[in-house]
Design a protein around this ligand. Structure first.
Ligand SMILES: NC(=O)c1ccc[n+]([C@@H]2O[C@H](COP(=O)([O-])OP(=O)(O)OC[C@H]3O[C@@H](n4cnc5c(N)ncnc54)[C@H](O)[C@@H]3O)[C@@H](O)[C@H]2O)c1
Ligand SMILES: [Zn+2]
Length: 388
């Protein structure tokens, strides 16, 4: 990766340890600018393998694939690149099987390691290929979108979307190491950049008021993609997510807070046939789920208005299609629903996830409450848009 010309002071590559309960599963997330050339050394140390299979979507492969391959080959590592068409619409079993067949066809054996180079879609697909390839081989993530750097590459969730819903087929597989080189974010579209910011706002809302306030204060530097601010943003979000998944790797308790905004968000993705990007769907989902919390008396009043303010200040659009019943219906097949009830991760106030009286992290919410919240959010948004 080429060095940026800005003279901003750049912190060195920082490391966040994702401890996990089993020592074998602990791994490091390295975040820094211009650090991609450290990958070969990291692979030798954390994921030694006879052969490496890089999985990337065609867009990212075009931008960074050959550079990565050259970097690994210069270090005498054996590596091949496998690509698939970019986009959420391709996060499918078909892509998983086509990649798996291609890697099998290339004669890659059990002594190999998968490297996911790309956004969250690539990470989810690459991780799922690794989890199932010859019953499981190691995976390393090299996230290239903001969303993948600060959220998707950490925590070990992988999978694909199916007709019945998003991420409904998949596996947990923790990566051996994660390397996030924030320099590559310079080529990310504004839309994808803002989508990633939505997950950073989520981290602030569910767990860390100081992170939220930092984002609120530094919005302009973040949007200008100032290198130092990007590194700081990604590191803090990763540290927040790492702490949560370390405590609860398989989502028995607190990890559910990371689903804040996602029950509605996944439904919005589905009803829009994945035309609303994940980050934007989560943004709108958080707004609706704040309203749900306010209606139930779980979230402090004005939680939704603070969320809207920070989303607008970062230029994150809140896209809420006016199809209330379809959205409610789509929430029913989200995997967060247990039996026939649909459960929501809510916030008590900005910076703090909400607990139930029994100490749980999710709330059963009746469809009528969801409808009311959706309608209230639609009204609030239309007033914003018409300047009322
Ligand atoms: N596993 C998890 O824990 C987890 C967490 C959050 C989100 N996700 C998943 O992540 C996905 C969303 O991730 P996403 O927003 O990164 O989507 P994405 O992977 O589709 O990337 C968005 C777009 O950005 C492009 N891109 C990526 N890096 C680039 C770069 N450096 N320069 C230019 N273009 C670049 C990609 O080619 C793609 O077109 C969703 O499927 C979501 O479910 C998973
Ligand atoms: Zn998400």
């Amino acid at each position: 990766m080429q060095a940026r010309e800005e003279a901003t002071a750049m912190p060195d590559c920082g490391v966040i340890r994702v401890a996990m309960t089993a020592a074998a599963e602990a791994y490091d997330v390295h975040v820094g600018a211009d650090v991609l050339d450290r990958l070969p050394a990291m692979l030798r140390q954390a994921a030694p393998a006879f052969r490496y299979a890089v999985i990337s979507d065609d867009h990212v492969a075009h931008l960074y694939g050959s550079e990565l391959i050259r970097c690994l080959r210069e270090d005498s590592l054996t590596v091949d690149l496998f690509t698939f068409p970019s986009g959420e619409a391709n996060k499918t079993r078909e892509t998983w099987s086509a990649l798996t067949d291609a890697i099998l066809g290339a004669g890659v054996g059990r002594d190999a390691c998968i490297i996911g180079l790309g956004g969250g879609v690539t990470g989810d697909v690459a991780g799922f290929v690794a989890a199932t390839y010859m019953r499981g081989i190691p995976v390393v993530h090299v996230p290239t979108s903001l969303l993948a750097m600060l959220d998707a590459s950490v925590g070990g969730k992988t999978g694909v979307d199916v007709d019945a819903g998003k991420n409904l087929v998949g596996a947990f597989i923790q990566p051996r190491v994660v390397l996030a080189d924030t320099t590559v974010l310079r080529t990310l579209s504004d839309s994808d950049f803002r989508a990633g910011l939505a997950e950073a706002v989520k981290h602030g809302f569910i767990a860390d008021l100081r992170h939220l306030e930092w984002i609120e204060r530094h919005g302009r530097d973040i949007l200008e993609r100032d290198p130092g601010h990007l590194v700081e943003l990604v590191r803090t979000s990763v540290a927040i997510k790492a702490a949560i998944v370390t405590e609860d790797p398989f989502e028995i308790g607190r990890r559910a807070t990371l689903n804040f905004g996602h029950t509605i968000g996944h439904a919005l993705e589905r009803v829009s046939r994945y035309s609303i990007p994940h980050g934007y769907a989560v943004a709108a989902g958080m707004v609706v789920e704040c309203r749900i919390g306010e209606i139930l008396g779980v979230s402090a009043p004005d939680t939704a208005s603070r969320l809207l303010a920070v989303l607008y200040s970062l230029g994150i659009p809140v896209m809420l299609p006016d199809v209330v019943d379809d959205v409610v219906e789509a929430t029913r097949s989200d995997k967060k629903g247990r039996a026939s009830s649909v459960r929501y991760a809510l916030v008590a106030r900005p910076g703090q996830g909400a607990r139930t009286g029994a100490g749980g992290w999710t709330f059963e919410v009746q469809p009528e409450v969801v409808r009311t919240a959706l309608r209230a959010a639609l009204v609030a948004l239309s007033q914003e848009n018409t300047g009322v």
